[in-house]
Design a protein around this ligand. Sequence first.
Ligand code: AP5
Length: 224
Amino acid sequence: MSELNLILLGPPGAGKGTQAERLVADFDLPYYATGDILRAAVKDGTELGRQAKEYMDRGDLVPDEVICGVIMERVDSDEARDGFLLDGFPRTVGQANVLERGLQALGRRLTAALLLDVPDDEVVRRLSGRRVCVKSGHLYHVEFDPPKHDDVCDQDGSRLIQRDDDKPETIRRRLDVYHEQTAPLIDYYEERGILRRFHGGRPPGEVHDHIRASLATLRLENEL
Ligand code: AP5
């Protein structure tokens, strides 16, 4: 079976985490989400969390030198030998270069960059209504995907909260940062012939069907 080395690209709130939950179940891939890793580090009070917190609170990116080693260690681990799904990394051209060179050194390469396209006004609607379960990070939206009972996770009964960086002024800053620093990766991966675009404004199930079909085709092509 060929490797599936995947990254999810897209603005904040594009649905990267939502799709990742489904793709991990489909393809049984280890999943590394830099936002989750950094939030856990802040919560645990580790050195990484200490370095990252002030940037995250402002909606800025943490410096490349803080995050690159964390991800490359995971990509080079035994569990990621047959593939991985990265969410939130790379986010700058510098990070993309580190990933590309690191994979080359291992004799590997990315299979696809999955871009979820969503307009800015939709991002604001989604992030202001997002709720996350404190125990396992299950995702909800007060309007588009509400829990059965207010503020309680359907899957594990834990409390639902709003993320600190989902406040309106921080959402705007995150969008600006995305357009300035992360959107250039669209051309970067287009030039390498591995960009796959998806209309992230469609309902989650539809977006998932499109991505899954595209990956199934890609896998078949790679095995031919
Ligand atoms: P991170 O946690 O990665 O945040 P993000 O990229 O801003 O992405 P989000 O998690 O906000 O959104 P998402 O696309 O996963 O959407 P979701 O599925 O939740 O990063 C946070 C911070 O960490 C950064 O600001 C930075 O400081 C730091 N950081 C992280 N990585 C870094 C890196 N590599 N370098 C430097 N710094 C880094 O969906 C959103 C909502 O919409 C949910 O409520 C969901 O239910 C709903 N929804 C999802 N899909 C749909 C749909 N199709 N239709 C309707 N609603 C939908």
